[in-house]
Design a protein around this ligand. Structure first.
Ligand code: BGC
Length: 724
């Protein structure tokens, strides 16, 4: 992570930036305020799978040595070329392991450079307000503290190699309505629920922020001075630059510059046509333009030294080390939700030596199913399906397979095997980014006139120098190399009827049935989960997912994932969601905060997950230390196998109307029959509330109750700390 240099260095850096900007012509300055590609030529290229062929470039002024930047998307890896596809962010959220996430960031950072890019767009940290959000899989969960820690770790890892971009600022958690919806949110909810994770990542030193498509309190995020200057720069001290989301990410060229949005992405679209006029008429001042250009150049120069290091070769893409990491993460992200005894003991883990036969069933069992088919789609060169993984994990077993189209046939296959594994859930057609139905007249008005032929020539020459990147075989087989999948918000939180029918048929034929759920967020499963002994949430688990998930099913890896969201018993237990809304209110209550306030018991709470052993939390106490708080806890392993437990700290100011909220967490490994202690640091800042008079986050002095627990709603051990 780069940190700003000392006074003298940063003084020198500012002088250097200013002198570059002074040298610039007006055209060169305006050139830095949007993507380098002409709109129509860029869009046509994008349609031919430009996402995977080359990075998006912006703000390069060769004459003055201004490097500009080259952007590749994420978050499950690098979308340009054929890179490592990691499990989706929500899976990584289930590891609750920032150190592991930093290692993923490090691997992604190397691959970023290897594809010729230097800005990674995959730090997506919008809080999961509702599990129907189509892009749920791209963030880490429903709690701002947890999401902030995971996102900060990813940014830290990536920024050892290049720049990272955190997105989508702010309140972007409805997909189908994203180009139209206005989110009404009051100051307290905004700062306590929807922004803390962004602040955490800004504090970590993230280089770039991407604004959101939607509007907040009546202002489009890309045009919002309230968000991009008042909060981001003036209140938080962010010193990087801001880019728009793609194509419709701002609505008013002049207003957006004045608001603090530095670069319109990805093409010369709205600003190129309108800014010269706006400057001429006095609707925008040149000093606003200069400020934006300075921020872009200063940030790129801040990374100059890192970016000057030798660039890894292409062989780093999906290299053995990164694939091994992808497998480790896939295993650590598996959440064991249910594991009831069948005959002697709990069904899982299966013993690879004594299991003679396994039936692997369902249309997702042998399908390449990596998640969203939009901007986060990574072209992994190869993918290990769960069927492949189970075959490799139990080489001595007879592994049969049926795609479950006819449940009766699948039941016959299940009945002949010792164990049945049913793989059910979603694909990129059920959830993901959504492009359809955006074509309102208002948005069409934003399209520019014809491209400048000279720029088209330069762009064509530039992309002609790019290496030819072919789609991998599984993408070709799917027949949709470049296009976006339908995706969008989920229309139901339950499984498809066919999946439910398959579970019923298989579990009736074989009492030793494991259900493996593939989904980016919560699945309501109350109509079937009690009918099977074992359920695991396995997410979109990446290119090595089949191996990672099989490692857990066969006990080569422990089951240690914990839910990064609450799973309700019924859709009606959750706050409202309206995929078609034009206006929507976000209040301070969602997820486990909402459920606890309503007294609703979830099916599986936030932070919950079983292991292959059992744990008891034995003691907990808190102390203030060096301006922060440290919680000490002891965990006993009460089962027969080594394992690690996740201890969570929830806090609430005594007498406040706020919920108990997560402020810290830590993992500890314990031997069977043993106990182990751990210390969990809690930043005092995590206790802050919005003061509506001071318009600032303040930590109110006085006693705070701390719940040290194993999941939300677990009474755990209560202790207190007094903050002065
Ligand atoms: C998405 C962003 C993404 C951008 C560029 C947009 O459609 O909303 O998350 O970074 O495309 O790929």
């Amino acid at each position: 992570m780069t940190t700003p240099g000392d006074e003298t260095n940063s003084g020198r850096a500012i002088d250097r930036v200013r002198s570059i900007v002074e040298e610039m012509t007006d055209d060169e300055k305006l050139w830095c305020l949007d993507g380098d590609a002409p709109f129509w030529a860029g869009l046509t290229y994008l349609g031919e799978s430009g996402y995977h062929k080359s990075p998006f470039r912006a703000a390069k002024v060769a004459r003055l040595g201004v490097p500009g930047f080259a952007f590749s998307d994420g978050p499950r890896g690098i979308v340009v070329d054929q890179a490592t596809c990691f499990p989706v962010s929500m899976a990584r959220g289930a590891t609750w392991d920032p150190k592991l996430e930093e290692r993923i960031g490090d691997a992604i950072g190397r691959e970023l450079r290897a594809v010729g890019a230097d800005l990674y767009g995959g730090v997506c940290v919008n809080v999961l307000r509702h599990p129907a959000w189509g892009r749920a899989q791209e963030t880490y969960g429903e709690d701002p503290h947890h999401v902030g820690e995971m996102g900060a770790a990813l940014a830290r890892g990536v920024q050892a190699h290049g720049m990272a971009c955190v997105k989508h600022f702010a309140c972007n958690s409805m997909e189908n309505a994203r180009f139209q919806v206005d989110i009404a949110v009051d100051e307290a909810a905004l700062h306590e629920v929807y922004l803390p994770q962004f602040k955490r990542i800004v504090d970590e030193g993230v280089a770039v922020v991407m604004s959101a498509y939607n509007s907040v309190n009546g202002e489009w995020c890309g045009d919002s001075r309230a968000l991009l200057t008042d909060v981001l720069r003036d209140e938080w001290g962010f010193d990087g630059f801001v880019i728009s989301d793609w194509i419709f990410g701002l609505r008013d060229a002049a207003r957006s510059v004045h608001a603090g949005l530095d670069v319109e992405m990805p093409y010369r679209m709205i600003r190129a046509g309108r800014l010269p006029d706006a400057l001429e008429k006095g609707d925008l001042a040149w000093e606003d333009v200069d400020r934006a250009v300075e921020r872009v150049i200063a940030t790129c120069l801040r990374f100059e030294e890192i970016l000057a290091r030798p660039v890894p070769g292409r062989e780093v893409l999906a290299c053995a080390e990164h694939r091994e990491l992808a497998r480790e993460v896939a295993a650590k992200s598996v959440v064991l939700l249910r594991n009831e005894p069948v005959d002697a003991g709990p069904l899982l883990p299966l013993d690879p030596r004594s299991t003679g036969s396994v039936a692997v069933l369902g249309r997702l069992a042998d399908r390449v199913n990596l998640g969203d088919g939009g901007s986060s789609d990574v072209w992994a060169p190869e993918v290990v399906t769960l069927l492949d993984g189970i075959r490799a994990a139990a080489p001595g077993a007879v592994v049969s397979n049926d795609d479950g189209t006819d449940p009766a046939e699948a039941a016959v296959v299940a009945g002949e095997a010792e164990v049945a594994v049913v793989v059910v859930g979603y694909t990129r057609l059920d959830e993901g980014e959504y492009i359809g139905e955006f074509a309102t007249d208002h948005l069409m008005d934003l399209f520019p006139g014809d491209d400048d032929p000279e720029l088209v020539e330069a762009f064509t020459a530039q992309v002609a120098t790019e290496r030819l990147i072919e789609p991998p075989p599984h993408v070709v087989a799917r027949g949709e190399a470049g296009g976006f999948a339908a995706g969008g918000d989920r229309s139901s939180l339950r499984l498809h009827d066919e999946d439910v029918a398959l579970i019923a048929a298989v579990s009736a034929a074989n009492p030793r049935t494991v259900v493996v759920l593939v989904a980016g967020s919560a699945v309501v499963m109350s109509e079937w989960d009690r009918t099977v002994p074992a359920v695991v949430q396995s997410w979109y688990s990446g290119m090595e997912g089949g191996h990672g998930v099989a490692d857990v099913l066969f006990g080569q890896a422990e089951a240690c994932g914990r839910l990064p969201f609450s799973v309700p018993n019924d859709d009606s237990d959750l706050p409202q969601f309206d995929a078609r809304a034009n206006e929507f209110t976000y209040d301070a209550w969602h997820g486990y905060w909402y459920l606890e306030r309503a007294g609703t018991v979830p099916a599986y709470p936030f932070g919950f997950g079983l292991g292959y052993t059992t744990f008891a939390l034995e003691e907990a106490r808190a102390e203030t230390s060096g301006g922060g708080i440290v919680v000490h806890a002891t965990v006993a392993n009460t089962g027969g196998r080594a394992g690690s437990d996740l201890v969570q700290v929830y806090a609430r100011r005594r007498g406040s109307d706020r919920p108990f909220r997560l402020v810290g967490f830590g993992r500890v490994g314990v031997e069977p029959g043993g106990r182990a202690g751990l210390a969990i640091p809690v930043r005092t800042e995590s206790l802050a509330e919005r003061d509506l008079d001071a318009h600032a986050m303040v930590v109110r002095p006085g006693p705070y109750d701390l719940r040290v627990a194993r999941h939300a709603g677990d009474p755990g051990i209560t202790t207190e700390v007094v903050v002065d």
